[in-house]
Design a protein around this ligand. Structure first.
Ligand code: CUA
Length: 331
C-alpha cells in the first residue's frame, strides 16, 4: 500500500512539474532542478516545496472566498462578539498553528550529523573559479580530478568542503541543499544520491568575476560502475611524448599536474590526468570539444572572464596542435 501511495504521490508531482514546463519555465527544469530530485535530500526539499505551495494555495483560496463573501453577501449586521472571535481564530490562532507546523516540517530538513556508517568521503575545494575534487582510495592514495564529480547511487556520500581564499557555496540542486565553503574551516554535507544520471552543480555564493561560470558535472552511477570509474581515474595518464614536450615547453607544468607524466606539476590549476574523459572544460563553461579547447588555450579570459589562466595565442601553431592533441588524448 505504501508503495502505491508513493507512486501516486510521485505521479501527482510529475504532473505539477510538467505544468511548470508548459508555463514557460522550462529553463528551470533540467538536470539542475531541485524539483526533479535524484536523491533523498533533494526529494525532501521538493516535497517541502510542494507542501508549502499547496498549503499557500489553499489559504489564498480561503482568504479570497472570505473577501468575495464580504463584498457580495447581503449586508447583515454581525455582533461584535462574532467579529472578535473571527479575528482571534482567523488572524491569530490559525496563522500561528499553520506557521508553527510548517516550521517543524522545515526544521526536519536541516542536515543530519554525523554521516551514516559506510558513507564514502569526497573532498571538494572551491578555487577561483573551479572545483578541485579528491577521493581517498584503498591504498592510502588520493585521486584528484576537477570540475567533475562521480558518485555511487546506493551509498551515502559525505562531502568535505573548503576553500583556500574566498567564500563559495557548493550546490547540486537535484541532489540536495547547498553548503557554504569557507576559508579556514571544513564544512560537511551528506547526500544520498539515488537515481543514476547526469546532473549539474553550481557555485551558489557570489565569489568573484567568474562566479556564474563556476559549475561542475555530476554523474551518479551504480556502485559497480562507480568503483570501476574510480579505478580508471586512479591510473596514471597516457600522454603522447611529442605533446608532452610541447606541454613542458609552454610552461604548463608550472600550474598543472598530469599524474604519471608530469608528476612534479604545479597545483595551482586543475589536475589534467584524465582531462579527455571530462564532459566540459573551464568548470562547465563549454563542452569539451577540440574547438572549445583551442579557444580556451588561446584566450581563457574571452571564454570565461576572470579566469586565472594566461592565454597562449602566441604559441606557434604546431606547438598548439601538439598540446591540443596531447590533452585530447588524456582519456
Ligand atoms: Cu564560487 Cu561563486
Amino acid at each position: 500500500m505504501a508503495n502505491v501511495g508513493q507512486r501516486g504521490h510521485r505521479t501527482g508531482r510529475r504532473i505539477i512539474v510538467r505544468g511548470i514546463f508548459t508555463l514557460g519555465l522550462a529553463g528551470c527544469v533540467a538536470d539542475q532542478s531541485a524539483l526533479r530530485p535524484g536523491g533523498q535530500q533533494a526529494e525532501a526539499v521538493a516535497d517541502l516545496f510542494f507542501l508549502m505551495t499547496a498549503a499557500g494555495a489553499v489559504i489564498w483560496a480561503i482568504v479570497m472566498g472570505v473577501l468575495i463573501y464580504a463584498v457580495l453577501a447581503p449586508g447583515r449586521p454581525r455582533s461584535e462578539r462574532f467579529a472578535d472571535r473571527f479575528i482571534l481564530i482567523g488572524g491569530v490562532i490559525f496563522p500561528t498553528l499553520t506557521l508553527a507546523g510548517l516550521l517543524v516540517v522545515g526544521l526536519r530538513l536541516l542536515p543530519a550529523n554525523p554521516p551514516p556508517a559506510g558513507a564514502i568521503q569526497v573532498k571538494v575545494r572551491a578555487e577561483q573559479f573551479w572545483w578541485r575534487v579528491s577521493y581517498a582510495i584503498e591504498d592510502g592514495g588520493v585521486v584528484e580530478t576537477a570540475n567533475a564529480i562521480n558518485l555511487p547511487s546506493d551509498v551515502a556520500v559525505e562531502f568535505l568542503l573548503d576553500s583556500p581564499d574566498v567564500i563559495h557555496s557548493f550546490w547540486i540542486p537535484a541532489l540536495g541543499g547547498k553548503m557554504d565553503m569557507i576559508p579556514g574551516r571544513t564544512n560537511r554535507l551528506v547526500l544520498n544520491p539515488e537515481t543514476p544520471g547526469r546532473y549539474r552543480g553550481v557555485c551558489a555564493e557570489f565569489c568573484g568575476t567568474a562566479h556564474a561560470q563556476m559549475a561542475f558535472d555530476v554523474e551518479v552511477q551504480r556502485s559497480g560502475e562507480f568503483y570501476a570509474w574510480l579505478e580508471r581515474e586512479a591510473r596514471p595518464a597516457r600522454a603522447d611524448p611529442a605533446g608532452e614536450d610541447a606541454f613542458r615547453r609552454a610552461g604548463c607544468p608550472a600550474c598543472h599536474t598530469v599524474r604519471g607524466r608530469v608528476e612534479a606539476g604545479g597545483r595551482i590549476g586543475p589536475d589534467l590526468t584524465h582531462f579527455a574523459s571530462r564532459k566540459t572544460i573551464a568548470a562547465g563553461t563549454a563542452a569539451n570539444t577540440e574547438e572549445a579547447l583551442r579557444a580556451w588555450l588561446a584566450d581563457p579570459d574571452a571564454v570565461k572572464p576572470g579566469a586565472r589562466m594566461p592565454g597562449y595565442a602566441m604559441l606557434p601553431s604546431d606547438e598548439m596542435d601538439a598540446i591540443v592533441a596531447m590533452l585530447r588524448g588524456l582519456e
